[in-house]
Design a protein around this ligand. Structure first.
Ligand code: HSE
Length: 307
């Protein structure tokens, strides 16, 4: 009987996210309902991913769910788990794919243990999964997928701020270009180590406006705020083919603004379906396949039946 209980899969679901939101590099992120992952665990000896299902094939070996499940289990007194990753968030698109897996993995371990970690503990463990994937433990995506809605993270001291679920629709548009396996790491290499004071002032001001406009559902202000990033976007847009053409098409369609979603190549558009169609058309004219989704803010990681 004890064995039968242990053999049950305990599952958690976590949504995709867009990190940075323009000026809030590594700090802000918004969880949205574009896609989601489900991670299931059951007690066993040791840690391994034994099953991968869903729309995307991710490796069973070196899966970030293993790193995260191990750390969460150590905290919660679990000896080992067998892991099942149901992958709904497309990897390598700037939509917080590894973050969604990590957030769902932490939540699944909490559910198995019957005990919750503090926000900071859970998010810092999930961020170790990001270190395994991108080389740095940025916590923006994992915080959004774990807590839901709009979040901010600070690193020294490590704090996680949850602002709730903005009541607006946005658009996520994705070019289906080839990306290197270490895409986020590559997209971080193009960034400067130091920024000038005037640029830091611009980023801090922009970050404040992004938060205010999302809380107040002020789309016009949000459009301006996401485009206040004068450090990250100008460098990273070069990695996204036809970025300026897409931006022009999106703004001509009536959108309030656009920025790179996380490390790209997807973009987050402050606009509607028409802007999504304009982005896809512009990429298609460049010979690139693309698609879009109208999204709303998504809740945090939670229990879910096995897929
Ligand atoms: N803040 C991170 C970056 C998110 O932009 O590199 C990566 O998904």
């Amino acid at each position: 009987m004890a064995y039968a209980v242990k053999a049950l899969w305990i599952c958690a679901k976590a949504y995709s996210s867009s990190a940075n939101l323009g000026p809030g590099f590594d700090v802000l992120a918004l969880a949205h309902d574009a896609y989601y992952d489900i991670v299931c665990v059951r007690e066993t000896e040791g840690f391994k991913v034994s099953k991968v299902t869903g729309g995307w094939n991710v490796p069973k070996e070196n899966n970030n769910a293993i790193v995260v499940a191990k750390l969460a289990s150590e905290k919660l007194g679990i000896k080992g788990v067998d892991i099942w990753v149901h992958k709904g968030v497309p990897p390598g698109r700037g939509l917080g794919s590894s973050g969604a897996t990590a957030a769902a993995a932490v939540k699944a371990i909490e559910l198995l243990a019957g005990r919750a970690l503090s926000y900071e503990e859970a998010v810092s463990i999930a961020a170790e999964g990001e270190r395994a994937v991108s080389g740095t433990p940025h916590a923006d995506n994992v915080a959004a997928s774990y807590l839901g809605g709009l979040v901010a993270v600070t690193y020294s001291p490590f704090k996680v701020v949850k602002f709730g679920l903005p009541k607006i629709n946005l658009v996520v548009a994705t070019p289906w270009i080839d990306v290197p396996p270490s895409k986020t790491g590559e997209a971080r290499k193009v960034l400067p180590q130091l920024v000038e004071l005037k640029d830091a002032v611009q980023l801090i001001g922009g970050t404040a406006l992004v938060i205010k406009s999302l809380i107040e559902s002020d789309l016009e202000l949000l459009g301006k705020a996401v485009m206040m990033d004068n450090v990250i976007t100008p460098r990273r847009k070069k990695l996204i083919p036809c970025y300026d053409k897409v931006l022009e098409a999106v703004l001509s369609s009536g959108a309030y603004g656009m920025t790179i979603s996380g490390a790209g190549p997807s973009v987050l558009i402050i606009g509607n379906e028409r802007s999504g169609e304009a982005a896809v058309r512009a990429w298609n004219e460049c010979g690139i396949e693309a698609s879009f989704k109208v999204v709303k803010a998504a809740p945090g990681a939670r229990a879910h039946p096995p897929p």
